[in-house]
Write a protein that binds this ligand. Structure first.
Ligand code: TUI
Length: 314
């Protein structure tokens, strides 16, 4: 059995985090992952604090294991969600799409483990100084908001820049990815796309079908021009957005095109106007299964791979 520093720090069985996917990662999915021994994470996305509070309480009613909350720092509600996680005594806060330094002292004083997503070495050093419990190094293979660097080059550089436990994210969907992440120096993984096929994940059936049918080249990045690059499935929406982006549309027109697109994908399964966020590993997601099985399966697959690693050395 693989155990790592992050399991001890957080009191979890498997070093597997479920990504804080906006509109998707609700209390039920988070609880199922935590019950399965990983770290389930409730996503805040652009939701107001009351929605996040409700989801944390749903998760708490379904499991007594640790629960995390992800705060999307570009959200207009980031301040109130930051206060809410303290009031609700989340065990872990992960952050994305920005710099959480102004909240960290308060969270730490409340006994919350702060685990920011970092997309650069400078940010990793800063978060280490401010007392983060661990760091998530998320490469550009991931779905949603993406940084510049790939997981392959980001993880070792972050590991060199900090003594904190590093969780690798981006492009990991099975035991081979887990084993590779450990080889790069990480002591845990975060997966988002793989959990889109969890039984407890309540996305629209069109979304699930698109993930299960995805092929290797089926994602693309849009939004670079506005400074918020986002990886999603190559759908009609993504193509039209890219055309507008590089065809002279104004910033306002682009903002308008993107408005509500995540909700339309997740809740309505809108194949024309929805933005179906997904990582490059979407093609590796093959079947619907319970979240707990996903957590156990990737770790059980990683074990023999790591055992065999020494056979390369003669
Ligand atoms: O945050 C994510 N992924 C996301 S957020 C999201 S919701 C959204 N909706 C509309 C437009 C954009 C996003 C969907 N997916 N991943 C974590 C992540 N954080 N990836 C990269 C970063 C990051 C980037 C820059 C973290 C820190 C950072 O620092 C910049 C700074 O302020 O120093």
């Amino acid at each position: 059995m693989i155990r790592s520093k992050i399991c001890e720090t957080l009191g979890i069985r498997y070093p597997v985090f479920q990504g804080g996917m906006a509109w998707i990662a609700d209390g039920r999915l988070a609880a199922a992952v935590s019950e399965g021994g990983g770290l389930g994470i409730v996503a805040s996305g652009n939701a107001p604090a009351e929605h996040v509070r409700e989801q944390i309480r749903i998760a708490r009613s379904l499991t007594d294991k640790p629960i995390g909350v992800n705060i999307m720092l570009m959200s207009p509600f980031a301040d109130e969600v930051a206060a809410c996680v303290t009031e609700e005594k989340a065990d872990v806060v992960t952050t994305g799409a920005g710099n959480p330094s102004k909240y960290m002292e308060k969270w730490k004083a409340s006994g919350i483990h702060v685990i920011p997503v970092v997309a650069s070495v400078a940010m990793a050093k800063w978060m280490t100084r401010l007392g983060a419990s661990a760091l998530i190094a998320e490469g550009g293979e991931s779905g949603g908001h993406v940084g510049e660097l790939t997981t392959m080059v980001l993880v070792p550089q972050i590991c060199d820049a900090t003594d904190l436990p590093v969780i690798a994210a981006g492009g990991i969907a099975d035991g081979r990815g887990v084993a590779a992440a450990f080889m790069l120096g990480a002591c845990g993984v975060q997966m988002g796309t793989r959990f889109l096929s969890a039984e407890e994940c309540t996305i629209h059936s069109n979304y699930r079908e698109k993930i299960l049918k995805a092929t290797d080249l089926c994602t693309m990045v849009t939004g670079k021009r506005l400074g918020h690059p986002v990886r999603s499935l190559r759908t009609q929406f993504a193509r039209e957005y890219a055309q507008a982006e590089y065809g002279g549309a104004s910033d306002e027109e682009l903002e308008e095109l993107g408005r509500g697109a995540l909700r339309l994908a997740v809740q309505e399964g809108d194949l024309k106007k929805g933005c179906f966020l997904a990582g490059q590993c979407a093609a590796m997601v093959k079947r619907v299964q319970p979240a707990a099985e996903i957590v156990r399966e990737v770790m059980e697959e990683a074990e023999p791979i790591l055992m065999r690693a020494s056979s390369w050395v003669k």
